[in-house]
Design a protein around this ligand. Sequence first.
Ligand SMILES: Nc1nc2c(ncn2[C@@H]2O[C@H](COP(=O)(O)OP(=O)(O)OP(=O)(O)O)[C@@H](O)[C@H]2O)c(=O)[nH]1
Ligand SMILES: [Mg+2]
Length: 191
Amino acid sequence: MVMEKLGNSLQDALKKLVKSGRIDEHTVNEVVKDIQRAMLQADVNVKLVMTMSNHIKERAMKEDVPSGMNPREHVIRIVYQELINIIGKGTDIPLKPQKIMMIGLQGSGKTTTTSKLARYFQRKGLRPAVICADTFRPGAYQQLNTLCGKLNVTFYGEEGNPDAVGIVERGLKEVEKYDVIIIDTAGRHSL
Ligand SMILES: Nc1nc2c(ncn2[C@@H]2O[C@H](COP(=O)(O)OP(=O)(O)OP(=O)(O)O)[C@@H](O)[C@H]2O)c(=O)[nH]1
Ligand SMILES: [Mg+2]
């Protein structure tokens, strides 16, 4: 839903660029503002949005227009490349039995995404199970247990046990019959 809205807003911003009479600093600034608004509304990190905006403005003003391209196409290409840099090309999540381990910085959304993924597979007809291997964050077990309970997703965890590897080993045996096993881990301070 959020991504769909972001896609539409970005398309609108680019349409402005396509329609504008001439490409100058003012036009680029206006389009960048629209893109910023769209991305911030879609929850993209402010620093990333600002870095991307500066790249677009700088490149649009400084880089020579490649031969065979008009200034408008040149700016659209820069916007496109910078958006790919920030959003990434995306990952297709295959609908097949698999094990997924969630790894990332503290607070980056691993646990929330674990339950969203479980729900996604559930809706697609695959049977998910979740293992809580986060032995660091206070309340991690409860957080995930509650989320899984709401979704009626099978959950394995060992509250109070600090041995994450052991929990995963036992958990994998416990839920081996499930199609997709999602393992939530403790957040890292740095990657
Ligand atoms: N706005 C927004 N908040 C989110 C999103 N995903 C997670 N959150 C919130 O961000 C906070 C951290 O999310 P978690 O899923 O607990 O993050 P985590 O990576 O598991 O954190 P640790 O286990 O501490 O490493 C929570 O308050 C979530 O509600 C999202 O897509 N958008
Ligand atoms: Mg977590």
